[in-house]
Design a protein around this ligand. Structure first.
Ligand SMILES: [Zn+2]
Length: 1013
């Protein structure tokens, strides 16, 4: 951002001296209530506060409780009011195996079935048109939220009840009214009964008469919420300002199903409506929402409070609505003539927002061109929140981030932190089109949202940081990473029917994001850039402010592909893409050349690490595969449009016109196809020879592909480890980061299998043999001016050399850390890129003093990235009692560790060879406590604690864990299945490969033989 103007609490509105009016828009529905309700509302606010004490007593400190004096007797509550918090046991409200897609009633079922096939979808008889939402959060009080809402509805089918979502909100039945809207003034419609369906999170107003089809009505109600500390709905976040005093802010996180925790609503993505928001705040704070502030007006009879009244929004889904009330600072800029841009952060961290403020507007402009659809809102705010559960959230016009995803300090943060910031910024901005303008009709198509944003984010980064080679990094970070998950039988198709919130929660996983992005990249390449972008932009335009499904996108792309001739007339995008989105997994393409080499039989088969003997899966896995290849003679790696289509009905095809047998062929150019490739031994040997002679003949990405495919084919028993490790013999000459990282990542698996076994010493010598030359070539001296990928290479080499106990690395790390301890004020002694390794190794080698020093640095640091790094490093200690204490601290409020960071602590302890048993024990014993701590399951913890499990005993323990917690695994149930399968695979791997590799190491001179005399 040029000419960064630092402003504190600058809002662009003045305080006009008239009382708030609800701005009568059309008809009378918004104004009718005002005079009467506003008065009653805030009077009854006190009553409401009383109720809140009753419901939230455990959360409210005694001092606060005393200050609440009831002005009136408490209104008796309806028996079936929703409970304000999740039941402590964490037991889920509904069975796991829901498939509510099947049928949707057109009117609400009055009885709330709690049977297995609980339909959690709203009836479709009503359509929300417009919400007026007023909220007054008492951030500096007892955390209550006074709420009022008017909702205009259109009747699509006659119905005598109104059903909407509500959770953790208390309503007064007396305040609920229903009346005709617009000019049809009339008496309000009698509500016969108020029903709260806890399991489905419904409020149902049973009416005394039927609502007429085609007519509009307004439902209004008052309600009472609570600023929780569970990082969802409308919640509170805390931080310390520069003087060390505690500050509070209120912020929202609604995706996927938590808007209903802030105000009653039709909380499904398809139910788009316009929103008009009023937020009350104390005058010394400021508020932001999706739209700009229209006017700011005093709150009647409340000294020091004002209403921020926001412009009416465009039609949008409830999960994209957002509010923040804070005392944050902001930096202003413009993206273009039409779009005002601001970044927000704690005042003492606002300078760290400069980089996001710089790249954000550039990326927004780029996406306008890329999608050929203008950004529709007059402004974009981005804010860094101290407590945030996800990385960031794409709320329309108000993107919220965790601090590490938006803030970057060039002195303290590493190069990878910078890339993370621009990646998340680009991802969330991509959603402003893909997700916000056009939204998936239901969560089943979530992958479309996330896959697109995860792919297009690279295009955004590439635009602002063209030297970072992110399109190459993509293969490493997305394709190869998700290949590792999608080769399990417990994987899932990316398009998957979901219903219950727990199920929806499960699909925000690496498969939806990484595989989604990978197959969209594949599509981009087989359709060609021009066709792909034209199809996209037509699609976005056609479904603007509406919702769509994957088939709609396929249709628009097919039309353009046929016009452009990039697909044959008898082939559609749907035919191809259905095989990638509706089935799980991916194929391995086997290329078997005939004896003279000039032709090859190409076959496809699902790539599985291990095919379980008693699998009940009888599905015939076949894909439409875009085949691309080059030969030794051509060595042209740029042709990424399908040269041959392998059909989903073809098990094998014969490809003629290949070169003679002394020349190699390579398939899947630039690894744009979402598949692995295996060759006959002879072709493997030709590739190995080429790599040794002149590896640069093969493109950088394809070198990374060959390494990753070879190691995984070996892991699955489809080629020998001897062949795979022969590929590694050229590595000393490799200088590019992407293939080096692919190689090192794959060695990680070998290390994790060996690290507790007797053969580890031999493997370690082998790994050092590979890594020490790299370590020596990059050196311990870091330079921030080096190309980004050179910096990454150094970071990787150092972390591995130290991890393997290379003495020079350990000594250098400890020496640097000691220098820092002796000069604690000088935080630039250790280069930001090296900090992770230096901290971790020094703490591992050291004792309590080293640990305590890092802990104090953590408490004092003002930079999120540095805090995260220190938290991870603190888990590196080898002192078991310190690790135990650290785990306890992670799940204790007020320990100094934020709830959002507990996973980092847990993950670090679990990653530590000494810490893993502690982490696993902790998880088994305290699952309920952790569940309660977050109010939901956290699948990652199970993955961390079981990493590298490879014995029968481990398997028994995980199976026991599954049985023990069967009823409250929530959104972690799939993860447990994946962990069980992973463990079984590891056991099988050990049986097949451990001895073979030990022998191979022996034969190659890496044995650690001890003398016996
Ligand atoms: Zn996303």
């Amino acid at each position: 951002m040029s000419g960064s103007s630092r402003e504190v609490l600058a809002m662009e509105t003045s305080h006009p001296d008239h009382v708030i009016s609800f701005g009568k828009k059309k008809g009378c529905y918004v104004s009718r209530c005002v005079a009467a309700l506003l008065g009653v509302f805030f009077l009854s606010g006190m009553v409401a506060t009383g109720l809140l004490v009753y419901y939230y007593a455990p959360h409210i400190r005694d001092s606060q409780r005393e200050s609440l004096v009831l002005q009136k007797p408490v209104v008796p509550l309806h028996k079936s009011l929703p409970a304000p918090t999740r039941r402590p046991s964490g037991a889920p409200t509904t069975p796991e195996s829901l498939r509510p897609e099947a049928q949707r009633p057109t009117t609400s079922a009055a009885a709330a079935p709690t049977t297995q096939a609980l339909d959690v979808r709203l009836p479709t008889s009503l359509r929300p048109l417009h919400y007026l939402v007023k909220l007054q959060p008492f951030i500096n009080g007892n955390f209550s939220i006074l709420g009022y809402m008017e909702l205009e509805l259109e009747v699509l089918e006659p119905t005598s009840n109104i059903t909407l979502h509500i959770a953790d909100i208390i309503t007064h039945n007396d305040t609920v009214t229903v009346a005709a809207s617009g000019d049809q003034v009339g008496p309000s419609i009698r509500i016969k009964m108020h029903q709260y369906d806890h399991d489905r999170q419904f409020y149902i107003a049973h009416l005394g008469q039927q609502l007429e089809k085609g007519k509009k009505y307004v439902l209004s109600m008052e309600f009472l919420g609570y600023l929780n500390d569970q990082l969802r709905g409308f919640y509170r976040s805390t931080y310390k300002d520069e003087d060390g005093s505690d500050k509070m802010l209120a912020v929202t996180q609604f995706q996927a199903t938590d808007a209903r925790r802030a105000f009653p609503c039709f909380d499904e993505p398809e139910m788009k409506a316009t929103f008009e928001v009023f937020l009350a705040r104390e005058e010394n704070m400021s508020s932001i929402s999706n739209m700009p502030i229209k006017e700011t007006l005093p709150v009647e009879n409340q000294e020091g409070w004002v209403w921020d009244h926001y412009d009416r929004s465009v039609p949008m889904s409830t999960y994209l609505v957002a509010f923040v009330v804070s005392d944050f600072a902001n930096l202003k800029s413009r993206a273009n003539e039409n779009t005002f841009f601001r970044v927000w952060a704690r005042e003492s961290a606002i300078q760290q927002a400069e980089y996001a403020g710089q790249v954000g507007p550039l990326i927004l402009n780029h996406f306008e061109k890329y999608f050929s659809v203008p950004y529709p809102l007059p402004k974009q705010d981005m804010i860094a929140i101290p407590d945030f559960s996800a990385g960031a959230m794409e709320n329309w016009g108000l993107i919220t981030y965790r601090e590490t995803a938006m803030l970057y300090d060039p002195v303290v943060s590493a190069a990878s932190n910078k890339q993370y910031v621009v990646a998340v910024v680009a991802h969330e901005l991509a959603h402003q089109w893909f997700g916000n303008i056009v939204t998936p009709s239901w969560w089943t198509d979530l992958w479309l949202n996330e896959g697109f944003a995860s792919y297009v984010e690279y295009i955004g980064i590439n635009h602002v940081e063209p030297k970072w080679q992110v399109m190459e990094q993509f293969v490493l970070r997305e394709v190869q990473e998700v290949f590792g998950l999608d080769c399990l039988e417990s994987s899932h198709p990316i398009s998957i029917p979901v219903g219950h919130p727990d199920e929806i929660g499960q699909i925000f996983d690496r498969i939806s994001y990484g595989k989604g992005a990978s197959i969209i990249r594949m599509m981009n390449h087989f359709l060609t850039e021009v066709t792909f972008r034209r199809g996209l932009s037509n699609y976005l335009d056609a479904f603007k402010y509406s919702t769509a499904e994957q088939d709609d996108l396929w249709e628009y792309l097919t039309v353009v592909a046929h016009q452009d001739g990039t697909l044959p007339p008898d082939l559609t995008v749907k035919m191809i893409m259905d095989t990638w989105t509706l089935q799980m997994g991916y194929p391995v393409i086997k290329v078997a050349r005939n004896p003279d080499g000039t032709s090859a039989v190409i076959s496809q088969e699902r790539f599985l690490l291990v095919r379980s003997e008693n699998s009940t899966d009888t599905h015939d896995y076949k894909w439409w595969v875009p085949l691309t290849y080059t030969t030794e003679g051509e060595a042209d790696f740029n042709q990424t449009q399908a040269m041959v289509w392998m059909k989903d009905s073809e098990e094998q095809i014969t490809l003629p016109s290949l070169p003679p047998k002394d020349q190699w062929v390579i398939f899947n150019l630039q690894e744009t196809g979402y598949y692995r490739v295996n060759y006959d031994d002879h072709n493997w040997n030709l590739l190995i020879r080429q790599l040794r002679n002149d590896h640069e003949v093969i493109s950088t990405i394809n070198r990374a592909q060959i390494i990753d495919d070879a190691m995984n084919l070996a892991k699955a028993g489809q080629i020998t480890y001897e062949t795979a490790l022969s590929v590694y013999t050229y590595l000393a000459k490799e200088t590019e980061y992407v293939p080096l990282a692919a190689a090192i990542n794959n060695l990680g698996y070998l290390r994790s299998m060996f690290v507790r076994a007797g053969g580890y010493g031999s493997l370690r010598s082998y790994l050092l043999d590979i890594l020490v030359p790299l370590y020596e070539s990059v050196g311990f001296e870091d330079s921030p001016d080096d190309p980004l990928l050179d910096q990454y290479k150094r970071t990787k080499a150092l972390s591995w050399a130290c991890l393997l106990g290379h003495q020079h690395c350990l000594d250098s790390a400890s020496a640097l850390y000691r220098t820092w301890m002796a000069n604690p004020k000088n935080d630039s002694i250790i280069s930001p890129n090296l900090k992770s390794t230096v901290y971790c190794r020094a703490i591992a080698e050291g004792g309590e003093a080293e640990w305590d020093f890092a802990w104090h640095k953590y408490l004092k640091s003002n930079v999120g990235a540095e805090k995260s790094r220190l938290l991870s490093a603190l888990g590196c200690t080898n002192e078991i009692w310190i690790l135990s204490r650290y785990l306890e601290m992670a799940f204790t409020s007020d320990s100094g560790i934020r709830k959002q960071d507990a996973y980092r602590v847990f993950g670090a302890v679990a990653k530590n060879v000494v810490g893993r048993p502690l982490a696993w024990n902790y998880l088994q014993n305290e699952w309920d406590k952790i569940y309660e701590f977050y109010g939901k399951a956290k699948p990652h913890f199970i993955k961390y604690a079981t990493g590298g499990f490879n014995t029968e005993q481990h398997l028994k323990e995980v199976e026991h864990f599954r049985k023990e917690h069967e009823d409250h695994l929530g959104s972690a149930s799939r993860t447990v299945e994946q962990v069980i399968e992973r463990t079984k695979n590891n056991i099988a791997w050990m049986k097949t490969n451990y001895d073979v590799i030990v022998k191979w190491l022996d034969a190659n001179g890496y044995a650690t033989k001890l003398s016996t005399a």
